[in-house]
Design a protein around this ligand. Sequence first.
Ligand code: D5M
Ligand code: FE
Ligand code: ZN
Length: 526
Amino acid sequence: MPLSTPARIVSELASRGYNAEPAAVTRLAGAPESETALERALETMPDDALKLTVDHVDSVLDRSESRAAATSTPGQDAETGASAVTSATEPEDPSVSTGTEPPNSPDVGDGVPVETKGSRDVDISKRAIEVANDMTGDSTGTGEYNDFVQVFRDRYEKLASKLRGRVNHRPTDAIENMAGGSEAALIGMVSDIRSTASGHWLVELEDTNGTFPCLVMKDRPIADLVQQLLLDEVIAVDGTLADDSGILFVDSLHFPDIPRTHSPSTADRPVQAALISDVHVGSQEFMEDAWHRFTDWLHTPEAEHVEYLLIAGDMVEGVGIYPEQDKELDIIDIYEQYEQFSEYLKEVPGDMEIRMIPGNHDAVRLAEPQPGFDEELRDIMSVHDASVHSNPALVTVEGVTILMYHGVSLDEVIAELPDEEASYEEPHKAMYQLLKKRHVAPQYGGHTRLAPEDRDYLVMEEVPDVFHTGHVHKLGWGKYHNVLALNSGCWQAQTEFQKSVNIDPDSGYAPILDLDTLDMTVRKFT
Ligand code: D5M
Ligand code: FE
Ligand code: ZN
C-alpha cells in the first residue's frame, strides 16, 4: 500500500500500536519514499517510545532543522512550545506573562492516533449544550423574487416588533394622509440614503405599505447617526411632517438595539470554552506549529476547564475563493483539505465538545444563511463527534447563549461606517454595530450575499450573551450593553493579498472564555 496520504500513514502507525505527532506524519507524507522512511523511523525509535516525534522523523530523513529550532523566536520557550501566554480580562490592557507549564502529554499507544489521554479530569455529565436557529437541512429558498419579498417581510416584522414600544408609528401610506405639521413616527427598512444639495440627509424608509422620505438636518446631533446607517436595516424615526405632508423632519432615530438592561446568563460551575475561527487548513500559510502548541496545551492540567471548542468558520482554505488563491495552496483538493482538517481536530482532547459553523472559504453556498455542510463533508469532519451548524447559529453552552456568525458582513460594516465606529483594528466595534441593528448582515448586495429563505435567519431575535465572529483575521473583544463581542483572529499567517492591502492578521491566538464569569483570557501560541 503506498503511504501517499497522511491518513494512510496514521492508520499504518495505529495498526502497529504507535501514536505520532501530526507534524511527523506530515513530514513522512512529504518524504520522497514515505514507506521506507516510515519503516526506518520505526526501526530506529527508542524501545520505550510510543509516539513517533517529528524530531525523530527529521533525524531519519536527515533534515537539518528540527521543529523546535525552526519555530522558536525570542521570548518563547522552544522546549515547551507553549510560548508567551497573553492573559487579559480587559481588552484595553492585555498583560503579558510567559507560560511556565510544559505541555504534559502522556501518550498511551492504544491505536488511537495523535490523541493523548489521561491528563484531563473532566466530568462530562455536567455538560449542557443546545442549538437554535440552525437551518441545516431546512433550506426552502429557490432564489425567486418572491422569496426575497418573503425574507425582507420577515426581517421587517421581527425588527419592527423590537421598535414598536419606542415610537407611536403609522404605516407609510397613512402618514401621507395625515395633516401637514403634525407629529408622526414610522418604522421602516432603509431603502436609500442621500445627501441633499445643502448637506442634509434624505433617508427613505420602506415598510410593507410603501416608502416615505425622511429628512435629517445636518446640524442636528442625530445627523451622526445617519453615518451609522446601512441600507436594508430597520429603524424607527419620530418627527414632524412638512406642511404638504410629503416629507418627515426627523427629531429622533432609534435602532432595534440590545436593551441596556440585558443581564447575561452564566454557567454555574468553573468551565471554559475556546472560541476560535479561520483555521484555513490547506493554505501554505496555515500555522501548523501554532496549532500543535494549542492542542498540546489543551491536554495540560492548565486547560482542564476548557471543555468546549467553538470554531466560527473557514476551517479550510477552500479552492477558488479569491483570484490567484491557488498559488498559495498547500492542498489543492477540497476533500483532502477537510481530511487534513480532521487530522488536526484529532489532536484536540477526545473529551472536548466541538461545534463549528462554515465560513466563506468552506465548501457550502456562499449566500447566507449557510447550511452546515452536506452529508459527505459532515462525515469527513465527524472524527471527533464534532457537530456542524449553520452560519449563523445560536449555541447555548451551560446557559450562556453564544451567537456564532462567520463575519463576512464585517467587511461591509468596516467599509461603510466611519473609522471610529468600525475598523479592522477594533473588529469588536464593528460587531457592536451589528448588535445595535439586531442583524448579522444588514446590508445586502455588497460583500454579503443573501439566500432568501422563508424567514430571515440573520435577525438577532434573541439577545445573545456572547457574539462570536471571525473572518477579518483580527483579534478584538469588548462589551456592548453587557453582550461580549469577540472576533477571534486566525491560524493563518499573512497571505500575499493581505500583504498587498496591509492587513496584518492576528494569527495563532486562542481566546478562552470563562463561562461562569464571561471573562476572557487570550493565549498566544506563536
Ligand atoms: O478573509 C480575511 C480578510 O481578508 C477579510 O477581511 C477579507 C479579506 N480578504 C482576504 N483575501 C481577499 C481578497 N482576495 N479580496 C478581498 N478581500 C480579501 P478570509 O475570507 O477569511 O480569507
Ligand atoms: Fe478566514
Ligand atoms: Zn472568512
